[in-house]
Design a protein around this ligand. Structure first.
Ligand code: ATP
Ligand code: MG
Ligand code: MG
Ligand code: MG
Length: 468
């Protein structure tokens, strides 16, 4: 059986043998890229090469890239295949080879190196990409019945930037892994047909208006989830049951005293705690600081979610550090930043955990009083204003307020909560713009003073001084 570490090496070495340069993962913080908060795919660090904003120093590269995808947050632990943080294996061509090489190499890796059975594999192509379909048939010998059209096979890292048609490889894990619905087939959202690899034929740039224009050269960008391929190769029931995750899950189980695979609800919570703690560890190792906006807020949100789910398992003492140490032990060989930045990581984990525990205690107490008042008044809905007060004043997450009220057979007026949050954001933005203006004018007069010139104070003041 191949371990996750071996599979990562096998992928990188395979593409090195095809003339690719092995590069270390880039940071989770995208460099000079205002369109993205976090690195969401292996291609992100290479965008300037695809756009030819920077001349690529080599024509081919291969990486195992650290990625974070917050849109997948809610399904973590519920599906067998989604994480917030995961590793994406990829091979890249910067205006060098194109579909005619990318397709047969992917097939070679999957069927000859990994030796996955051909009769379990499925391919999707874009309906307008006959070229890709023909290449699959001609260059790999895959049966045409195994190639399906998918109109969604146009891939982009964000609303603007390089994009192109794509072609995906799926593994049929068998009926036992399906949802059991009579129409369950390739394309079903359940875990039976597992998407393992996406080959993107980077050919266009998409602008703000959604218009596609051809890139200066044709490129290749592929992405294969390491945890997914590990689950296939290890015959695991999910990504979480691979050697990449089990030691982390086992630690969660040990801390909670609850066995893994004992009941489905607890399993989801264990997977969430394991996944989120791993994400937070890697985000901190790249220097992201917990905060109230941007990527710092994403980090804080994931971290707090880990703590909430740990509480569902009965873990109410600090635990993040102990799980981090397992992650550090298992991953620092490939990601030395987990060792190098240990102090930074531990300091933030401890501090955030301590503060959030305090928040939880305080918030829970206030919430209990509110619930009591509602019960006495014969009401069942907490007002949006109350939920917002808890959120704004104590940092008590509204999802938690909701969960706790549901437990009491009650609910939260989410519409009113969202309206209050929106109004608050608007006011905060207005205030920060005013502040900025004040600071800028102060900076200008400071500078002017330093230069010994009389600052321009605006027409209003000028008029006052030059009364005629
Ligand atoms: P899915 O349809 O399963 O959500 P995707 O189509 O969104 O996956 P891509 O954007 O094509 O994924 O990313 C390339 C590869 O990265 C996928 O084929 C998969 O192996 C892996 N991957 C994508 N999202 C995740 C995730 N949240 N967790 C783990 N692996 C992922
Ligand atoms: Mg997805
Ligand atoms: Mg997909
Ligand atoms: Mg995909």
């Amino acid at each position: 059986m191949y371990t996750g570490n071996q599979l990562r090496d096998m992928f990188l070495n395979f593409f090195a043998s095809k003339g690719h340069r092995i590069l270390p993962s880039a940071s989770l913080i995208p460099k000079d890229d205002p369109t993205l908060l976090l690195t969401v795919a292996g291609m992100v660090p290479f965008k300037p090469y695809f756009m030819r904003k920077v001349e690529p120093p080599f024509p081919r590269a291969t990486t195992s890239q650290k990625c974070v995808r917050t849109p997948d947050l809610e399904v973590v632990g519920k599906t067998a295949r989604h994480h917030t943080f995961f590793e994406m294996l990829g091979n890249f061509s910067f205006g060098d080879y194109f579909k005619g090489e990318a397709i047969p190499w992917a097939w070679e890796f999957v069927t000859e190196v990994l030796k996955l059975p051909i009769d379990q594999l499925w391919i999707t192509v874009h309906p307008e990409d006959e070229e890709a379909k023909n290449l699959w048939i001609e260059k790999t010998g895959v049966s045409p019945e195994r190639i399906k059209y998918d109109p969604e096979n146009l891939w982009a890292a964000g609303p603007v930037g390089p994009c192109g048609y794509c072609s995906e490889i799926y593994v049929d894990l068998g009926e036992s892994r399906g949802c059991g619905k009579p129409d369950c087939a390739l394309g079903c959202d359940c875990d039976r047909f597992l998407e393992i690899w996406n080959l993107v034929f980077m050919q266009y740039n998409r602008d703000e208006a959604g218009v596609l224009t051809p890139l200066p050269k044709q490129n290749i960008d592929t992405g294969m989830g390491l945890e997914r391929i590990a689950s296939v190769m290890q015959g695991a029931a999910s990504n979480f049951d691979t050697d990449l995750f089990l030691p982390i899950i086992n630690k969660v189980s040990e801390l909670s005293g609850i066995p893994y695979h004992d009941n489905p609800k607890n399993d989801v919570a264990m997977k969430v705690v394991a996944d989120h703690t791993r994400a937070v560890s890697f985000m901190l190792s790249d220097g992201i600081r917990p905060g109230s906006e941007g990527r710092g807020y994403v980090l804080r949100r994931i971290l707090r979610r880990a703590i909430r789910y740990a509480r569902l398992l009965g873990i109410d003492k600090p635990f993040l550090e102990q799980i981090f140490l397992i992650i550090q032990r298992d991953y620092s060989h490939h990601y030395p930043e987990l060792k190098e930045n240990e102090n930074f990581i531990l300091n933030h984990l401890r501090l955030e955990e301590k503060n959030f525990q305090a928040t939880l205690e305080q918030g829970t107490q206030i919430l209990q009083e509110k619930v009591k008042a509602l019960q006495e008044a014969g009401e069942t809905m907490l007002s949006g204003a109350d939920a917002f007060y808890l959120y704004e004043t104590y940092g008590f997450p509204v999802e938690l307020t909701e969960e706790m009220l549901i437990e009491q057979g009650m609910s939260v007026d989410m519409e009113a909560f969202n309206a209050a949050a929106e109004e608050h954001r608007r006011l905060a933005k207005e205030q920060s713009q005013q502040m900025k203006a004040v600071q800028e004018s102060a900076a200008i007069s400071e500078k002017a003073k330093a230069l010994g010139v009389t600052p321009f104070l605006g027409y209003h003041e000028l008029a006052a001084h030059t009364k005629v």
